[in-house]
Every structure is written in structure tokens, then in C-alpha cells.
Design a protein around this ligand. Structure first.
Ligand SMILES: C[S@@+](CC[C@H](N)C(=O)[O-])C[C@H]1O[C@@H](n2cnc3c(N)ncnc32)[C@H](O)[C@@H]1O
Length: 193
């Protein structure tokens, strides 16, 4: 297992990404192909900035990425903007008024872990649900949503909520995510009319 961690850690360093988490988004992109040139992408929980850097590379000069986090980024780019904030400080509708609309919403947000599995799970679902509310406000009919969740008892209910809004909802565990980690990802697209 250690060997796998080392592999992704060193690969990220070599390729100029500040965190190994980039490979989770890269695997999702290979599978679902949802990030496109020209896209406006909202990256919630973006620090230190690996997803932002990867997404900005795909969005290109005609697209943009708005990165949001409590902490600063260690990366940037001409098509990257950064807002330092707690996502709970704005209601989803206020979020749209402040930042406009987007094609894709990403959330790799994770709570500061407490060591209590159930508490961390509920906090993770709270973050994912707020990200989902923001995604519903800022994306239109063709928008997609990709978010991290920690496994636990509320995940099936959250998945059902997503299925009420999106036609495609896939639970995804990237190979680059440590097998002992409770994290999983939900890819959602195709807004129901
Ligand atoms: C796993 S890291 C994200 C890594 C990032 N995707 C990357 O590739 O570099 C999770 C991030 O979620 C952020 N976060 C957690 N709760 C947040 C909140 N309420 N508002 C904004 N960001 C939050 C944390 O500050 C942390 O930087």
C-alpha cells in the first residue's frame, strides 16, 4: 500500500501538482469526460490547488476556474480566480449573485477529521449537500457535479436526493484513492427537467 502512496506522491511532485489528489480527478475525467475546453468550473475546497491546476489546463484560455477554500492555493494561472471563504458563509442563491454561473461544480471538500468516523461522515455529507445546493443554483440544464463524500449511513439518502435532480448519478472510487480511506466520489450529470 505504501508503495502506491509513494507512486502518486512522487508522480504529483514530478508533474508539478501540489497534491496527489489530482489523480482522482484525472481518473474521473478519463471515465466521464465532463471537463471541456471553454468551461467555467467552480472548484470548492480547492487548496492546495491540484484539481484547480488540472481543471484550468483543460478549460484553457477561453474557460476559467474559480477556486474556493478556507486556505490559500499553492498554484494559480491566468484563467484561475481564488475566493478565500467558508462555503457556509453564503446561501446558494447569494453564491450565484456573487460569482455567476458555471458549467461544472467540483467539490473535494473534507472536514477536519475528528477521529470519530460517524461525526466525520455527517460533516462530509453536510459539505457535499451544501456544494450540491450551490451546484443546483449555478449550473444550468447541462451542468455536471462531482463531489467527494465519506461513506456512512446518510450516503444512500444523499445519493437519492441527487438522483431526484440528475439522471446520471455514479458512485466512484478512483484507484488513486487509498483503499483504506472512506472517501468516495459522486459524479452527477443530466439535470432532470
Ligand atoms: C482534500 S482538500 C482539497 C484538495 C484539492 N482538491 C487539491 O487537489 O489540491 C479539502 C479542502 O476542503 C477545504 N474545506 C473544508 N471545509 C470547507 C469549507 N467549509 N469551506 C471551504 N473550504 C473547505 C479544506 O480547507 C481543504 O483545503
Amino acid at each position: 500500500m505504501k508503495k502506491v502512496q509513494d507512486h502518486y506522491f512522487h508522480k504529483a511532485k514530478k508533474e508539478g501538482y501540489p497534491a496527489r489528489s489530482v489523480y482522482k480527478l484525472q481518473e474521473a475525467q478519463k471515465k466521464f469526460g465532463f471537463l471541456k475546453p471553454g468551461h467555467k468550473i467552480l472548484d470548492l475546497g480547492a487548496a492546495p490547488g491540484s484539481w484547480t491546476k488540472y481543471a484550468a489546463g483543460i478549460a484553457g484560455p477561453n474557460g476559467r476556474v474559480l477556486a474556493v477554500d478556507l486556505h490559500g492555493l499553492k498554484t494559480g494561472g491566468l484563467n484561475v480566480e481564488f475566493a478565500r471563504m467558508d462555503i457556509f458563509s453564503l446561501q446558494p442563491a447569494e453564491f450565484r449573485q456573487e460569482f455567476g454561473s458555471f458549467d461544472v461544480v467540483l467539490s473535494d471538500m473534507a472536514p477536519a477529521t475528528s477521529g470519530r468516523k460517524d461525526l466525520d461522515h455527517f460533516r462530509s455529507i453536510d459539505l457535499a449537500r451544501h456544494a450540491f445546493m450551490i451546484a443546483m443554483e449555478v449550473t444550468g440544464d447541462r451542468g455536471s457535479f462531482f463531489c467527494k463524500v465519506f461513506e456512512g449511513e446518510d450516503l444512500p439518502a444523499f445519493r437519492k436526493e441527487l438522483q431526484g435532480v440528475f439522471r446520471i448519478v455514479k458512485l466512484f472510487k478512483p484507484k488513486s484513492s487509498r483503499s483504506e480511506s472512506v472517501e468516495k466520489f459522486l459524479f452527477c450529470s443530466g439535470r432532470r427537467k
